[in-house]
Ligand binder design. Structure first.
Ligand code: PLP
Length: 567
């Protein structure tokens, strides 16, 4: 690590998904954070990341025969991947001084550079048993548990960086979970009372803003947490903060998004449309947009890595080289794809004892199982679906976890299991358990088409479709999030439904969207796949050359560097 510059950018995230064996992520937000860290390492950026340890992870998903989701704690050993640091700091929680320790993981790049990731941990002998549990589970527990975790992340993380002697010039809050770090900055940058004479004027928000960058990740209400001030004061126990919090984070409840918005000099959404939608949610605030990406090397399967190594050497640290994808012979693209497809079908046979047909068009859908993602859209009109699948065969592969408290999300999984039983293989349907990073890579590379059907404008960005594109798998999706920017009809993939004219939160019609999905499948996609393979591979080619070329975290991090970190 000696060749590395000292970190001066601190990236705070409630979840980080770095490698499959470290289960400290739930979904897109965490994967993005992991890809961010890896890219910062590739590019030699002076960044340190901070998150919580979660010894029981998020959960391991088991699905019963009728589609019921069971949640099990994950077992893993931090000491296999990271080392415990001697540093300890304290944070105030309900009048106790809770001790926070840290583990250090080094994300190593193939360029020889690295980025440290600090995993905060309260499971220490000094703490009372209930406080030792505070960093055990990601997104578990009630509002109080969550708020205490955010005290540990924001305030504990800030104090840990100081204890380590890291001089931070930019604090990047990846979602509002981390925004309590601004309280630490406010305290540190107080104006002296003897100069301002007024207790309320000691707080210097301008000084704090200089340090802070905030990225909001979803228009969904769950992403904009609000805590009752009663709870806030019970946990923090510092009445002097109440007035400033009410000024900066909302009069009736502490809104974590608002706190971050008010104390950041740079704020962004994660796709162009999401920037506009966020502006409507928080009028009067300025939102920039930096569209998400994925870490190209991580999200490219072995057969395509070999192909790119051969024809586009250096691609992994310079994904712009995908612009030269036309140098790769078409038959080699197809061969690399079939290798990935056979690997997926093998895995499906191993796990579920189901043999899918490698010659049949296979559609992938793997997402958090939650209502707005509409995993069941393709079943809107069963007769229509059956008629289409009788003419030309289709296979559907699903995966995804529902949040333990998301009842409707769990119902969606049950629904897909019901369709599977009713439809009797026209089309064939498989639901794979325990969606994680390893399975995600197999799926995005091993299917022929990646489907996304969110209710717009609720998909802020979405990233799994970008992973598919890295493996030459075209997208078929609603025009929302990144796909508004990535979609060129018939060139990089296909749309479902119209391009919404404005960023309003208007509802789109399930029925009209499903109708368009059927029409595209029947009239455009299935004939192209089965009858004009050369033209199909042309689309695969453009998914790489036009989508993977742009929707990667190398481009994304260069933009954060020039627009948010340096100025
Ligand atoms: C990429 C990924 C996600 C996010 O996918 P979206 O399309 O953004 O919903 C979630 N979970 C895992 C395991 C992933 O690899």
């Amino acid at each position: 690590m000696s060749s590395n510059r000292k970190p001066s950018i601190a990236y705070f995230s409630m979840e980080i998904g770095l490698v499959n064996e470290i289960p400290t992520y739930a979904g897109g937000l965490g994967i993005l954070a992991g890809d961010t860290v890896k890219t910062a390492a590739d590019l030699g950026m002076p960044l340190v990341a901070i998150t919580l340890l979660y010894k029981k992870g998020y959960f391991r998903q088991e699905i019963t025969e009728d589609g019921g989701q069971l949640e099990h704690p994950v077992e893993w050993r931090p000491e296999d991947f990271m080392r415990r640091l001697p540093n300890k700091v304290r944070v105030p929680i309900e009048g106790r001084k809770v001790v926070v320790g840290a583990w250090r993981y080094d994300a190593q790049s193939m360029t020889g550079r690295g980025v440290p990731v600090l995993f905060l941990d309260t499971d220490l002998e000094e703490n009372q048993p209930k406080d030792r549990e505070l960093t055990a589970v990601l997104y578990g527990g009630d509002a109080a548990y969550r708020f205490k975790q955010e005290v540990i992340l924001g305030m504990g993380g800030y104090r840990m960086l100081r204890d380590l002697g890291m001089e931070i010039r930019r604090y990047h809050m990846n979602e509002g979970h981390a925004s309590l770090l601004t309280l630490e900055l406010l305290r540190r940058h107080k104006r002296p009372l003897e100069l301002v004479w007024d207790e309320e004027k000691v707080w210097d928000a301008d000084a704090v803003r200089n340090y802070c960058v905030f990225t909001t990740h979803t228009p969904e209400a769950v992403g904009h947490e609000r805590f009752d001030y009663g709870l806030v004061m019970r946990v923090l126990g510092d009445a002097t903060l109440l007035k400033v919090l009410k000024d900066l984070a909302g009069e009736d409840r502490l809104n974590m998004t608002l706190l971050a918005l008010n104390l950041s000099h740079y704020v962004n959404g994660v796709a162009k449309r999401h920037g506009e939608v966020s502006k409507q949610m928080y009028p009067g605030y300025e939102f920039n947009a930096i569209t998400n990406g994925v870490h190209s090397f991580t999200w490219t399967c072995p057969s395509f890595r070999r192909l790119y190594d051969r024809y586009l050497p250096g691609w992994a640290n310079e994904p712009e080289l995908f612009v030269r994808v036309d140098h790769i012979p078409k038959d080699e693209i197809w061969a690399a794809h079939m290798e990935a497809k056979l690997a997926l079908l093998d895995e499906i046979r191993r796990r579920e004892n189901v043999q899918l047909d490698p010659q049949v068009l296979t559609i992938g859908f793997a997402r958090r199982a939650t209502a707005y993602k509409r995993a069941d859209m393709i079943f809107q009109d069963l007769e229509r679906l059956i008629a289409i699948a009788r003419k030309r065969k289709i296979q559907l592969v699903y995966a995804g976890k529902a949040h333990p408290q998301d009842g409707p999300g769990k119902k969606l999984i049950e629904k897909i299991f019901r369709y599977h039983r009713e439809l009797r293989d026209v089309p064939s349907i498989v639901y794979l358990q325990d969606y994680d990073m390893t399975l995600a890579l197999m799926l995005v590379s091993g299917v022929d088409l990646w489907l996304s059907t969110p209710l717009r404008p609720r998909e802020a960005s979405g990233t799994s479709g970008m992973k598919a594109a890295h493996n030459g798998v075209p997208n078929l999706g609603i025009l929302d999030g990144w796909w508004i920017e990535g979609h060129i009809e018939g060139v990089t993939g296909w749309s479902i439904g119209a391009l919404p004219q404005e960023a309003s939160l208007e509802k789109c019609s399930d029925q009209a969207d499903a109708e368009d999905l059927y029409r595209k499948l029947e009239e455009v996609i299935l004939p192209l796949f089965y009858d004009q393979r050369g033209d199909w591979i042309r689309v695969m080619n453009d998914a790489i050359g036009k989508n993977a070329y742009y929707f990667n975290t190398h481009r994304m991090m260069r933009r954060y560097a020039t627009e948010a970190y340096l100025f």
